[in-house]
Design a protein around this ligand. Sequence first.
Ligand code: FAD
Length: 488
Amino acid sequence: MNRRQWLQGAAAVTALAAAPGAAAASDAPRRRVVVLGAGLAGLAAAWELHQAGHDVTVLEARTRPGGRVRTLRGGFATGLSAEAGAMFFTPSARHVTGYADAFGLAYESLFAPALPYARGDALYHLQGRRLRAGPGAQPDWPYALTDEEQALGPFGLLQTYLLPVLEDVDASTPMSVLAERTLAYDDLTLLELAASRGASPGALELIRNGFWFDARSEHASAASSLATDVAAFAGGQPPLAFTGGTDVLARAFSDRLGARIRYGAPVVRIAQYEGGVTVTLNTGDGQDHVSADHAVCTLPFSVLRDTEIDPALSPAKQAVVSGLEYMSVTRVFLQMRERFWEAEGLSGSASTDRAVGEVQHHPILQMETTGARGILEAHVRWTGEPPPLEAMSEAERIDHMLDEMEAVHPGARAHFETGRSKSWQDDPFSRGAFSNYRPGEVTRWLPEAARAEGRIHFAGEHTSVLNTTMEGALESGVRAAREIDAAP
Ligand SMILES: Cc1cc2nc3c(=O)[nH]c(=O)nc-3n(C[C@H](O)[C@H](O)[C@H](O)COP(=O)(O)OP(=O)(O)OC[C@H]3O[C@@H](n4cnc5c(N)ncnc54)[C@H](O)[C@@H]3O)c2cc1C
């Protein structure tokens, strides 16, 4: 499959997302399909195949659906929750909104007037200085910027140097169309692209530290980060989140798939032969085998690279499975007895160049259910050498981040009640937060990552140009379901 055919496939999938379950019209022969993983990719693949009349079994290592969609509800005061994984999406995420609408799930704009984002000023902690920006109040940005860049601030820099490459994008432009436009920039990182369009070194630092895509802007292919991170700012799209937590989406699929999902079923071996596939899983007191006509493998490549596959994958596929980089994310959640930052006119979120990373408040919606309390999160993201945080115990992480949070939100320690953390790279069923295609790799590796090998079909965020997103995961699951439905 060449790049053009692959992209046409990706764009075509969007039609199905507008009406999830559209595969039900299929008159393909009924097939037995085993789906590895009940994250969004596996759930979407299983749901579409089930709707089309195929016989589906999903094997999930964890005891819950959703994978990297995980709403933490325990360990905090009643009514409080926090997102350990995915939180936001945009109206252009057609598979997310399509399934949400089909399943009757509510989602809201974060900019709704009653919500913290709309109420508070933006906060930054850069170069040792605490800075706030609100309507008509730009701070003195602590970088060597031109006069024009100084006046633009982070969002203006994005609008000037990066958004124009996406061309007339608005909220009605599907993400898959955006992805097609961004492929031309695959050889550059986002910062290299901004530099090539005239951004000064100081402006690059402000872009690097002023947004949540921090580490991605200097490590990931611009083809990927433009289509996902930067496109979120295109066309005045409001960021959206699920009412009740992101896991409502995973649960909507799993409730409908019912006993077709087998939990606590870690797959250890995938074998294929001329007539089908056999998957081996650990049961706790032994092993079990599931045979099927086809498999959809959604395991992150960071996990798949240590899973036995017989016969071995082709050398080209193997190179991508073993070589694909994963970005690391650790999130530390600090429960505060009072949302004291609101008294200062702040939303709670902040962009920083400190060890605290990106600061976020939780829950992002539904503040009325939480009383006075709130959660401040330290969101730390990196590739390569881990920060000191990674070697710490949970208690040490919390203490360390309280010190850090105190600099961003003075009063954090005095208001602190309890905390917890989540390291995605320590998680044996993720081994990383999300795939990170480096410059050149979207073109060179992504088609290979998505390509089926015999009866094994591949899905997951890492097989989509919209990698790092829920949209990419869902879209890839639908694509794999179509491959099987259309297989001879
Ligand atoms: C910290 C963080 C923040 C994020 N923020 C956002 C955001 O705001 N917006 C957004 O759109 N996206 C966000 N994402 C990305 C989004 O969560 C993912 O792209 C998406 O959920 C991935 O879905 P998936 O099905 O590809 O993979 P997964 O969700 O990882 O699903 C794979 C499944 O396979 C299972 N599995 C693994 N090994 C085995 C095995 N051996 N046997 C059986 N099962 C196995 C796993 O348990 C998992 O359930 C974020 C992710 C993280 C980690």
